[in-house]
Write a protein that binds this ligand. Structure first.
Ligand code: FAD
Ligand code: NAI
Length: 466
């Protein structure tokens, strides 16, 4: 029987980063992955293909809409959807192969097949041909990720009624796409198809978009999307959807009560959240019971059962690739006797729409609820010279700092390129920076990053350029 220091089940950002780190630290490591390619949800059907389509569709919309004309570029773009999909697939393949390369480089064994725990220290892997192999492991790391949450009454067939995976590969631009759920997936993938010409209606149970996001930022975001032609039906409960060969009829009713109404769509995207994936994992053989949402609890990645660890979407916390990655690395460092740690207060969130949305730390609502006295510094992109010259004036940077100590507590931004720029505040906050630290740091001109500094100046009331 093959013996390992660590057997990781799942080859997504949690699992593959853990595997690479284990290889670096000299542990004998295997990663079991059931998909044909490594990289998990993120590389295969999540972060990466969605960003490929967001990038391509943003350029298409810029060329097709007033943006290029404003810049003095007159073109009539023609959509080649098969090519747009093909370049997405090509990039994804290159990325998944990249993980294979990194596995070889770091002496990680990829065991192809579906793994199940078979009592303490044992993982049985079933290959595509049905053959079973048993691996013996001093440590088992569960990194099996998540899957879309189903909506009762709305059966995903991935033809007319699709989940995120289906929405990444629609065969045509829908005349009318109805998105159920105004969260990250709904608004990113809704943006892709809106830019390519679809009418998009978002039906959301709550009376706001992006629950949990700083309210002012979420409102500005909804306004920006509405300007792009998104329609929102908030406070609506979808009760059913009937698909035919040509479309779908959706029934919904106001959450607060009232008359039901129907909505006709060509395609429906169900994006109401994701749930942990633990099917067939043999958790019962080691006495692990997930909670009623399917989450495997952890304390510093320990499941409570000796030698069994857990990271990523399948455990608690935000379902984000970088959170899974950080946990994977920290968990392996703990296994190797080092000091692995994840700072859950500073996990940034980004929505890769146009404008982008990026947040880290506490929202205003959270600070108010906790009774923390805070100051606000805010700077609009209309006053940032680079954004202005690029005609990208939508949005703002908002910095929240402790009223007494000036320590930065939260940053919320909507605007051009903010998804990349938030990293500046992540580093600053990791070092417990004050708003003055950022305000007195020289930023290159002319860049959009100057807006980050001007917002920090605003905390002490000396914003200079607005
Ligand atoms: P996963 O990536 O889900 O990987 C788990 C892997 O385990 C899978 O490959 C699965 O096949 C395998 N597996 C499961 N059970 C077994 C088993 N028994 N045996 C063998 N293998 C098994 N996050 C971001 O941070 N940024 C983004 O821009 C972003 N965009 C997204 C867009 C979409 C459309 C979606 C759906 C998600 C997106 N996410 C994004 C979320 C991100 O994909 C996840 O948070 C991340 O992939 C979680 O990593 P993980 O390793 O925990 O799980
Ligand atoms: P989400 O949790 O972001 O949003 C789901 C939305 O659906 C919420 O607004 C919720 O109120 C609503 N909802 C729930 N039940 C509903 C119902 N019955 N009817 C109508 N609306 C309902 O989940 P989403 O968008 O599915 O994304 C799943 C996960 O994937 C997220 O946790 C996110 O972290 C991750 N992701 C991250 C991305 C990024 O970082 N850019 C991109 C895409 C996904």
């Amino acid at each position: 029987m093959a013996q390992y220091d660590v057997v990781i089940i799942g080859g997504g950002p949690g699992g593959y980063n853990a595997a690479i780190r284990a290889g670096q630290l000299g542990l004998k490591v295997a990663c079991v992955e059931g998909r044909e390619t490594l990289g998990g949800t993120c590389l295969n059907v999540g972060c990466m293909p969605s960003k490929a389509l967001l990038h391509a569709s943003e350029l298409y919309a810029a060329a097709a809409g007033p943006e290029f004309a404003t810049l003095g570029i007159e073109v009539k773009p023609k959509l080649n959807l098969p090519q747009m999909m093909a370049q997405k697939t090509e990039s994804v393949t290159a990325l998944t192969k990249g993980i294979e390369f990194l596995f070889k480089k770091n002496k990680v064994e990829w065991i192809k097949g579906w793994g199940r725990i078979d009592g303490p220290g044992k993982v049985v892997v079933k290959a595509v041909d049905g053959a079973e192999t048993t691996l013996e492991a001093k440590n088992i790391l569960i990194a099996t990720g998540s899957e879309p949450t189903p909506l009762p009454g709305v059966t995903v067939d991935n033809k007319r009624i699709v989940d995120s995976t289906g929405a990444l590969s629609l065969p045509e631009v829908p005349g009318h796409l109805v998105v159920i759920g105004a969260g990250v997936i709904g608004l990113e993938l809704g943006s892709v198809w809106r830019r390519l010409g679809a009418e998009v209606t978002v039906v959301e149970y709550l009376d706001r978009v992006c629950p949990g996001m700083d309210e002012e930022t979420a409102k500005t975001f909804q306004r920006a999307l509405t300007k792009q032609g998104f329609k929102f039906q908030l406070g609506q409960k979808v009760t059913g959807a009937v698909a035919s060969a040509s479309g779908v009829e959706i029934t919904m009713e106001p959450v607060k009560g009232g008359e039901a109404q129907t909505l006709a769509a060509n395609y429906v995207l169900v994006a109401i959240g994701r749930r942990p994936f633990t099917e067939g994992l043999g958790l019962e053989t080691v006495g692990i019971t997930p909670d009623k949402r399917g989450v495997i609890a952890n304390d510093h990645f320990k499941t409570g059962v000796g030698g069994v660890w857990v990271v990523g979407d399948v455990t608690s916390g935000p379902m984000l690739a970088h959170k899974a990655e950080d946990e994977g690395v920290a968990c392996i460092e703990l296994i190797a006797g080092k000091a692995g740690h994840v700072n859950y207060d500073l996990i940034p969130g980004v929505i890769y729409t146009a404008p982008e949305v990026a947040t880290v730390g506490k929202t205003e609502e959270e600070l108010k609820a906790a009774g923390v006295a805070y100051k606000v510094g805010k700077f609009p992109f209309t006053a940032n010279s680079r954004a202005k010259i690029n005609h990208e004036g939508e949005g703002f940077v908002k910095v929240l700092a402790d009223a007494k100590t000036d320590r930065i507590l939260g940053v919320h931004m909507i605007g051009p390129n903010v998804g990349d720029m938030i990293a500046e505040y992540c580093v600053a906050m990791e070092f417990s920076a004050s708003s003055e630290d950022v305000a007195r740091t020289c930023h290159p001109h002319p860049t959009r990053s100057e807006a980050l500094r001007q917002a920090a100046m605003g905390v002490e009331g000396w914003t200079m350029q607005a």
